[in-house]
Design a protein. Structure first.
Length: 284
């Protein structure tokens, strides 16, 4: 056997190992409110794809814009992200167009300072909501969506955690969070004396997808195939129900006033016609 052959086989083995490792981003939050569900769904999809993969978290904490750029550049520090879709993101990355959140990322409830828990009692329209300042990160698509609808947005925070602190000191009036995040975020920031607005849902059509690099077509196909199998056999819905099945009652969704917003960032390829993919309030 040529002496170089073992080295070559080792290199090939390491290359294959790297190719089959999915590196997901480390969130700024100390307690990422979506991580348990998203990783469980990703593992479910990968198990049903028929291709073995391993998962590990990135070594560094990254904001969304950094994660996306790392994937675009192919640095290897991270190779998957779950985030809200937009024209820009679908141009840069390869989307798996199955909404892992069933569209609930666009159902928003405001976090408020506990001292101002009744702030939105008299708000019945988007125009009335526009007199208050929402807090958002500059690189989040939500910022452009809110501004497009005439809402006032403060996007000066450089960190996710900073937004909670700005809310507590009333530098911003409210922090709209998705219904799948807001309860756990309120609990994990109990020391800041925040409260849930009890009156409104701010809602716009959008989706949370898994995204990978444009060149990672096999990984995208495997994840999509696994998600489709999980949808077909009911395991996707069962996992969703375990994590979010009590949302409607816990957040009183059926009794809130709904303020509908337009989403100018929503790509035409969004599968709005597949009704089984989207969340609907349980029938009374």
């Amino acid at each position: 056997m040529p002496r170089c052959l073992p080295v070559l086989l080792l290199c090939l083995s390491l290359a294959c190992a790297r190719a089959d490792t999915i590196i997901y981003p480390r969130h700024q939050a100390e307690h990422d409110p979506q991580l348990d569900y998203v990783l469980a769904l990703l593992r479910l999809a990968l198990a049903k794809s028929g291709t073995p993969y391993t998962l590990r978290q990135s070594a560094q904490v990254m904001v969304q814009s950094r994660v996306i750029q790392e994937i675009v550049d192919g640095t290897g520090s991270v190779n998957i992200v779950w985030t809200m879709t937009s024209h820009a993101r679908e141009a840069e990355l390869l989307p798996i167009r199955i909404p892992i959140d069933r569209g609930l990322i666009g159902w928003r409830i405001a976090l408020l300072s506990a001292k101002r828990a009744q702030l939105f009692q008299g708000v019945h329209s988007v125009r009335e909501l526009g007199q208050f300042a929402a807090g958002q990160m500059r690189d989040w698509p939500d910022t452009a969506i809110l501004q497009h609808n005439g809402l006032h947005v403060f996007d000066g925070s450089t960190t996710y955690e900073g937004l909670f602190k700005q809310l507590a000191v009333e530098r911003i009036d409210y922090f709209p969070r998705s219904v799948i995040e807001v309860g756990s975020e309120l609990a994990s920031h109990a020391g800041l004396q925040l409260a849930l607005d009890p009156y409104l849902i701010i809602r716009y059509p959008t989706a949370f997808y898994f995204f990978v690099g444009k060149q990672q077509t096999k990984l995208a196909r495997d994840i999509e195939a696994g998600l489709e199998k999980a949808l077909a056999d009911g395991s996707f819905n069962a996992l969703f129900q375990r994590h979010y099945g009590r949302l409607a009652d816990g957040l009183n969704l059926g009794r809130r006033r709904v303020l509908e917003l337009d989403n100018p960032l929503l790509p035409k390829a969004t599968p709005l016609g597949r009704k089984e993919l989207w969340y609907r309030l349980p029938a009374n």
